[in-house]
Write a protein that binds this ligand. Structure first.
Ligand code: NAP
Length: 285
């Protein structure tokens, strides 16, 4: 079986490494080739273009920025796609994006599985993501087997598109939680308190959240090495708000996160971790 992984950014490269470790034959392609090249040492075949990567491949994985990037990449490979190949679309693309890509899959006669993931750089490296999967029931066993090296948990949610809707729900939680941590650390700081003492207040009780300690530590250090970049979080906030708007839900916490992400993105923090939204809460930019 040959697998083509299109997109070896933070998430795609970690996932490709875990498939390689599990003994899969993996071809990788990335728009910026330099990010794919280190995977050669781990046994991957680095392709020059998407067409060379997918040529006759049985499984295609897309882990790219958004639906436009995914569609353009697949269209660039259209004459080499093997009809009947399994397409695991794992990028976060939202509701309309997932439908657009389902239409593309039908055009190319690919078996489309909408399979975004929850979890960031570290769980991706450890093969401990939570994969949300949706598609034809006949593909379920195979998909669950294929995802084993990259995911600690696979939730099969129903027909294609269901997983992308759940991904928006999950990321509304991620954005609201990060905004909450940014608010509390910024307020502690501005009131002359130590953010670490705030984390100690919640530690071990029902208000505690491991994520608060992880993101809070970055905020207190004012260092934001990218795990979930501002750019991606902003794209997701917009997808979530669009979904809320059409479903009639007022997502005030996500709106606040979007505003802070937008502010830090404009101040050249676009490629840093989303926890940089602390700087906007603290009015430190
Ligand atoms: P990343 O490191 O920024 O990687 C983005 C990837 O998309 C890179 O391979 C980039 O290529 C590629 N790309 C962007 N625009 C493109 C275009 N127009 N054509 C072709 N390729 C393009 O981001 P990531 O964190 O790995 O995210 C990948 C996907 O996973 C996104 O949909 C994101 O929302 C989702 N996700 C991320 C996390 C997280 O915590 N990081 C968690 C769950 C899901 P270049 O290298 O050439 O720029």
């Amino acid at each position: 079986m040959t697998m083509a992984v299109l997109g070896t950014g933070i998430m795609g490269s970690a996932m490709a490494r875990n498939w390689l470790k599990a003994g899969e034959a993996v071809r990788v392609w990335n728009r910026t080739r330099a990010k794919a090249e280190p995977l050669a040492e781990a046994g991957a075949q680095v392709a020059d273009d998407p067409a060379a990567a997918v040529d006759g491949a049985d499984v295609i994985v897309t882990m790219l920025y958004d639906a436009d990037a995914v569609a353009r990449t697949l269209e660039a490979a259209d004459d080499r796609l093997r009809p009947g190949a399994l397409w695991l679309q794992m990028s976060t693309v939202g509701i309309e994006g997932a439908q657009r890509l389902a239409d593309l899959a039908a055009r190319y006669r690919l078996t489309y599985v909408d399979a975004p993931v929850v979890g960031t750089k570290e769980p991706a490296e450890q093969g401990k993501l939570t994969a949300l999967a949706s598609g034809p029931d006949e593909a379920r066993d195979r998909v669950e087997r294929l995802l084993r090296p990259v995911a600690a948990k696979v939730l099969w949610l129903g027909p294609a598109g269901t997983a992308s809707r759940m991904k928006l729900v999950a990321n509304s939680w991620v954005l609201a939680a990060t905004e909450g941590v940014a608010n509390s650390i910024a307020l502690a700081d501005a009131l002359g308190l130590d953010g670490a003492d705030f984390l100690e207040v919640i530690s071990g009780g029902p208000l505690d959240l491991k994520y608060a300690h992880v993101k809070g530590a970055l905020m207190m250090r004012r260092e934001f090495p990218p795990s979930f970049p501002v750019n991606g979080a902003l794209k997701d906030a917009n997808l979530i708000l669009a979904a809320g708007e059409s479903a009639g839900v007022d997502l005030a916490a996500v709106e606040a996160a979007r505003r802070h992400l937008d502010e830090v993105a404009r101040q050249s923090h676009r490629d840093e971790d989303m926890s940089a939204m602390y700087l906007a809460a603290r009015r430190a930019i």
